[in-house]
Design a protein around this ligand. Sequence first.
Ligand code: FAD
Length: 504
Amino acid sequence: MADKNKHVDLFVIGGGINGAAIARDAIGRGLSVMLAEKNDYASATSSASSKLIHGGLRYLEHFEFSLVREALGERETMLKIAPHLTMPMRFLVPITKDQRRPAWMVWIGLKIYDLLSGHKQMASSGRLSSAEVDQLSRLRKQDLTSVLHYADCWVDDARLVLETLLDARARGADIANQRNVEKIEPAENGYYVHYSQDGHTHIVLARFVVNTGGPWANDVADSTNDTLPRRSLQLVRGSHIVLNMPKPADTTAFTLQNNDGRVIFTIPWQGSKYLVIGTTDQSHTGDPAKAVCTPQERDYLLDCYNRYFAHPGRAATAHDVIWSWAGVRSLVGSDKKSLSKVTRQSKIFAKPCGTGGFVMVYGGKLTTHRRLAEKIMKKLEQMGAKSTPSWTATAPLHGGRYDRETLSQMAENGPDFLPKPIRQRWAFTYGDQIETLFEAVRKNKSQAKLIAPGILKAELHHAVKSEDAKCAQDFLIRRTKLDLTLTPKDKAKVNAWFSKLKRI
Ligand SMILES: Cc1cc2nc3c(=O)[nH]c(=O)nc-3n(C[C@H](O)[C@H](O)[C@H](O)COP(=O)(O)OP(=O)(O)OC[C@H]3O[C@@H](n4cnc5c(N)ncnc54)[C@H](O)[C@@H]3O)c2cc1C
């Protein structure tokens, strides 16, 4: 039977990037914090992004200068606090004769981008020489007038969420996946939050509740009889497709202008073994959890890719697509605007309740999650929480204590009975936690047992014990991206390992 005596300062609903960032920020400011994620952490939009920590060059067209400046500042911050997950990436922008945005326009955009960023750690933009253009062997040269370049950052989105949450937990927050918020009742000073976990219902009195339910934010709001400051949502689906990296392999990312004026990225992925092409902007109806890349979206992306690149031998087709994903943005904006033009700026609405209150969060960007959390903290202060200084811009995330060079070195010097590719993968998956994994296999050699190609028992134990993985998908799709590389037979071995664990 649930009792109503448990209480916390802040209850966060949703374990995507926004919920994670808010939980981390709040616990570091001395609030007691609980977070509920009904599925796995980052199982929704936050693992289905384009995985860019970027200013968003195209937002300049909509004069969203403050959003771009804020996001560009965050690139620098993420490189400092999560160097194992974030890396600078150079983007090339081919300009052809018939494009809607001519070279001079893109050039001005890039220079504004440079100016807004102050590029402390990032290279500034420019134009490739014709000799450099000649080396881009697969890029079609017909109608090409020039190739510009600029820099942004790439991030492992699912792990960024996870490491933010693990950081919050290490500081004392009560974080759980498979914890579902079912009902919210207003109280005198705050809210009773009813949630289910492990087959039981629990109730906690939270002074403040923050709803970061992403595409489900309004469903969460429906679960209370209080009138909350809700807005109508536009759900917009974006899809990506993955190809094996065509030969000759290209380690450069491209920003392409499609015929309809939309921007499409091609991004080398997983050590340039794969090529990601995205994204689309489609109005979404139905359950956001069931969003998939449709055949139309796949063909749209392939068409754009084939227009710019010569795939070896023939044009790339649906048969070349080995993986895809789709995510749903929850945007607040006018139905009359084209989907690409609706602002990506987050919207925050708060309602006090006695000495507590409820905060609704809509939209936002992966890139600006940390700044969003700071804004939420300000809102809580306006509703009576103690005023505290910001702290998250300089504190390394869980796993983020070492720079990339040090991590490479650690992988190099790791136990020599472990294959080098495993050591290297661990370094840029787990960051400084590689020490824990190395210690586990050094202490107990049985931990080095291979469960499936490239996967040791120690890593699976770590995923379960320290990263809350509950099933093979949690591990193969979000803790790692090994789902891409394993055969169905090898995935079944990981599945079997998790099933055996459940029976123990
Ligand atoms: C295709 C696409 C590409 C993108 N690319 C980029 C990019 O490259 N760079 C960038 O900066 N941004 C990008 N974005 C935006 C970014 O991904 C999103 O802004 C961000 O992931 C939203 O995070 P969130 O935490 O609000 O939502 P989500 O990640 O959707 O998290 C919400 C969570 O709430 C949980 N939840 C819902 N209801 C309940 C309940 N009752 N109880 C408990 N839990 C609940 C859900 O299970 C879910 O995990 C992209 C978005 C899309 C769709």
